[in-house]
Every structure is written in C-alpha cells, then in structure tokens.
Ligand binder design. Structure first.
Ligand code: AMP
Ligand code: ZN
Length: 493
C-alpha cells in the first residue's frame, strides 16, 4: 500500500486554469519534464527558485510513493538573446566575449548549476539531456512537422507556420493569447522578412559562416530553434503522452505554447496532461533577471558578500525562505525577509531537538493523527508548502507545551510526531540540519577514538601486530596518531 492510495493530490493545471485531481497515466508512475537552465552564466536566485519549486514537487510525489521519472534538460544551443529568433545565440555570444569554445562555456556553467543545486539539497533529475546531444531527434521532429504541412523552408531556415496551424488548432491555448492580437501587435523586426508571418517561429536556423555551433541537416548547416529541444527530448524519454510539464511562469509564452504547437503538428496530439508554472522571485518588486542585473547570486548569499545583505545565510535557510511562499505566488527577496526566515528555521530545528528529550506519558492530550492529515491536506492542495509550514509551527507550539508538561503524548505518539516532522522537514521540504556537517565530524572523532582504545588494548595484551596495523591503516587514510605520556591524540591531514 502506497501513500498516494490514501491521499488525494490536486494540482493546478495552467491549461485548464483549475485545480485537478492528479491521476497519472500509468498507476504508480509519474513522468515529469521541467525546462532546465540555459548555461551561459551563473544561475541567479530567481532561476534557483523555479528549480527548487519543482524539487518540492518531485520530492512530494516520491514521498507519496510514486515512481517518478524526472527529466530536466540543459539548454546549450538555440536560445537567442531576445528569447525570439533574432539576435545572437546566448552561449555563442558569451563564448565570443570570453574567447572560449561554446562548449567550455556550457561545461563551466553546467558544473556551477549542479554545484548550486546540490548546495540547495535539490535532488538530481533522473535524466538530464542536452540540446546539442539530441540534434538528430530534433531534425526528425522537424521532418515530421514538415511532412504534416506545418513548416516551410526559407533561405536555409525552417519556420513553423503558426497561421496554418491556427486554422485547425488553437495557438494560444495555454497562454490565453489570441493570434489575431499577436499579429496586429507585432512589430516588423529586422530578420523577420524570411517568415511568412511575424508570429511564425524558427524550428531550424541557418548558420552563417561565422557561426561555430552548427550541424548538417536536410536544409543545410544550421542549429535548432529553442522550443524544439523540449519537444524532442520530453517525448523521447517520457513517451508521446506524459503526466507533468513544468517551468517558470515566463516560459508559458512563447516557449511552452510553441511546444504544444510543435507536438500537435508532429504527433497530432498534445503530450502533457498537467502544465505547472512556478512564479517569479523578485528583487525590489522587479523580476530577478540576468539581463537587467537585478539579481542576487546564491553564492553571494552563502558568503554574505553582497551589499543588499547584512550577513551570510545557509542554503537551508534560503530554501526555507522560498518554501514559505506557495510556488504559484510571487516572492520578493529582501534582507529583512530572509532574516525572518532564518529565525523561523532555527525555531523549527530547535523544536526537533527538544522533542528528543520529551518523556512519554500514559495518555495523549493531542490528536497527532488529525494534525498529520492536515499536513498532508496542505501538500495535497497543489503543494501548498506555506500552509504545511504553518502546521509544522503548530507542532513547534505543542512541543514547547510538552516540554512544560502542559500537554502529554504517549511514546507511540511522540514517535509518530517525530517521524512525521522528519518526513516533512527533511524529505518533502528538502531542508537540512545545519549541524549535519558538525555531527559527521563528531562521528569521525568518535570512530578514531574507538580505534585508539582498541589499539591501547592490543598494546596492553602485547599484540603489537594489531596495534601497528591500526596505526598504519589510519596513517594510510591520512589520520596520524601521536603518543605522549598523557595518552594518544590524532590529527587529520
Ligand atoms: P533560463 O536559464 O533563462 O532558461 O531560465 C531557467 C529557468 O529560470 C526558467 O524556468 C525561468 O522561467 C526561470 N526564471 C528566470 N527568472 C526567474 C525569476 N526571477 N524567478 C523565478 N524563476 C525564474
Ligand atoms: Zn523548455
């Protein structure tokens, strides 16, 4: 029996504009695709918020007992400066400015992204495909769209024919936009003359002679359009139909709208059952963004090295700050807000410690089962982490009353409360106890002291073979023992 069989999870689906009961296509299994970063610079805290929001979704689905295949891509080609079809490829531009190979840029910022995600205790996805690793699949997707009559070639580039598509489909179904409005509002941009209509978008772009990132195709040398990679890679790894597609709110249009159109044009169906969009992190009321410089980098927070901050904050405190807002709400970052989050986080962690010292009673004055279900109800209501946290603070209040002897719990209820708190705080919210590092040092110290004790015993028994073996084996691990009159001490090199 898995938890999901008792809990009714509802998810807000952008496509319907409603909270819907979550029913995966294949019982017990979930396929989830989330648009990953474009690796041309360090991820800022805003990007991290979106990935942490989906880490919460991933963690809760796993906690409920689903087997989740989570695919999150790396965009390493085709994302143009203006998020449209013109301008320079973001990665190619950075490579030009830094005088590096595009793949050096990709490697540098992919590594940075992974390090930051690990610091935030975000679980790695099950599959992390790159756009450049799936050029063949993307060419095949274009070929199918072409064969179905929704694409045209123009001077070595291939465009999606939005007007033709809209005759039989709804271009705007996800974002609520209307093609006529889009066409009447579109400006005549340079480079658009190759298109039949300004709303058309590139599936394949011809590479000029100076363009390094280029691949051969039936239409000549070029590179894929940004929206295409997610269509090809999501369906490759999750099938023609899958459960969840996520990304930041700003990807709804054009990126996700174009993904739907590409899929419909290629396979004749929409692959995604639930579209999820995470809201933006703002700074001074404005969206954090790379392009405007209105952002904070995670490492600046961890070091306190930013004039917007009074001090440094740990990744868990930053994560807790994010979890205090619902993923579909805008969250504004400020020094005061993160200081307040730190206080709350500390209170929560202290209560976990206090609970360990509570003596059991013969009866319970609190209904732990009912409280526990309220925690689940909060998460079942479209992953409502702020409501969950309010129930966790209710438990903090209980724990303090238990300590004062004003409430009582049986040993079984203390156990249940402790397990539930651990499950929600560590497994679901993904927080870490900041003393984890200290406690592993304590453990190491304990183990070495235990070996020193065993060595002393061996020496007392004149078993010098064993005592030397302990000293030498520790030495091989870089742990040096020093004997003196006062006893044996050790140092770690
Ligand atoms: P990019 O690397 O630009 O492709 O963005 C990666 C992800 O970060 C996308 O899902 C964006 O929607 C998301 N994102 C960008 N800016 C913000 C922000 N200020 N707050 C939350 N998410 C953001
Ligand atoms: Zn995408």
């Amino acid at each position: 029996m898995q938890l999901y069989q008792n809990q009714s999870l509802k998810i807000y689906n952008t496509l319907s504009g409603d909270k819907e009961v979550f029913t995966p296509l294949h019982e017990g299994n979930v396929g989830m695709y989330v648009c990953g970063p474009t690796v041309y610079s360090n991820v800022h805290l805003g990007n991290c918020r979106t990935f942490i929001s989906f880490d919460l979704v991933f963690r809760y689905l796993k906690h409920l007992g689903y087997k989740v295949r989570y695919v999150r891509n790396i965009t390493d080609v085709g994302h143009m400066e203006d998020d449209g079809d013109e301008g320079e490829d973001k990665i190619a531009k950075k490579a030009r400015l830094e005088k590096l190979e595009p793949m050096e840029i990709v490697q540098q910022y992919s590594v940075d992204f992974h390090q930051i995600m690990e610091l935030f205790n975000a679980l790695p996805p099950s599959i992390e495909p790159t756009a450049t690793g799936h050029i063949i699949e993307q060419i095949e997707t274009i070929r199918q769209i072409f064969d179905n009559g929704y694409a045209y070639e123009s001077s070595g580039s291939v465009y999606f024919d939005v007007v033709k598509y809209n005759e039989s489909h709804d271009y705007g179904i996800l974002s609520g936009r209307n093609l006529d409005d889009m066409l009447s509002n579109s400006r005549e941009l340079a480079g658009q003359e190759q298109k039949r209509n300004p709303a058309d978008f590139a599936l394949w772009k011809k590479a000029g002679p100076e363009h390094i990132m280029r691949w051969p195709s039936p239409w000549g040398d070029g590179f894929p359009g940004w929206h295409l990679e997610c269509t090809s890679m999501s369906t490759k790894y999750l099938g023609d139909k899958f459960d969840i597609h996520g990304g930041g709110m700003d990807l709804k249009f054009p990126h996700h709208e174009c993904e739907i159109a590409q899929n419909e044009a290629c396979k004749g169906s929409t692959p995604v059952n639930y579209w999820l969009h995470a809201n933006m992190l703002t700074l001074n009321g404005k969206k954090m963004a790379k392009s405007t410089g209105n952002n904070i980098l995670p490492r600046e927070l961890f070091s306190g090295n930013n004039n917007k901050l009074e001090k440094a904050f740990t990744p868990s405190v930053v994560r807790f700050f994010m979890m205090q807002a619902h993923y579909r709400s805008i969250l504004d970052f400020s020094n005061d807000a993160i200081v307040a989050a730190e206080k709350g986080y500390n209170r929560l962690m202290e209560a976990l410690d206090t609970l360990q010292g509570i003596a059991p009673s013969t009866n319970s004055s609190l209904d732990i089962g009912a409280w526990k279900q309220l925690c689940y109800d909060a998460m079942n209501d479209d992953f409502n982490s702020p409501i969950l946290i309010s129930y966790l603070f209710e438990a903090v209040r209980y724990i303090n009353l238990l300590k004062e002897g004003k409430e009582t719990l049986t040993s079984a209820d203390i156990d249940d409360l402790s397990k539930t708190l651990h499950a929600f705080i560590y497994d679901v919210l993904g927080l870490k106890s900041e003393t984890d590092a200290d406690s592993s040092n304590d453990k190491l110290e304990g183990v070495v002291n235990m070996l020193i004790g065993m060595r002393n015993e061996a020496r007392a028994n004149k078993d010098f073979g064993l005592s030397d073996q302990i000293r030498n084996r520790l030495g091989d691990l870089g742990i040096e023992l020093k004997d003196s009159k006062e006893g044996t001490t050790f140092s770690i090199n």
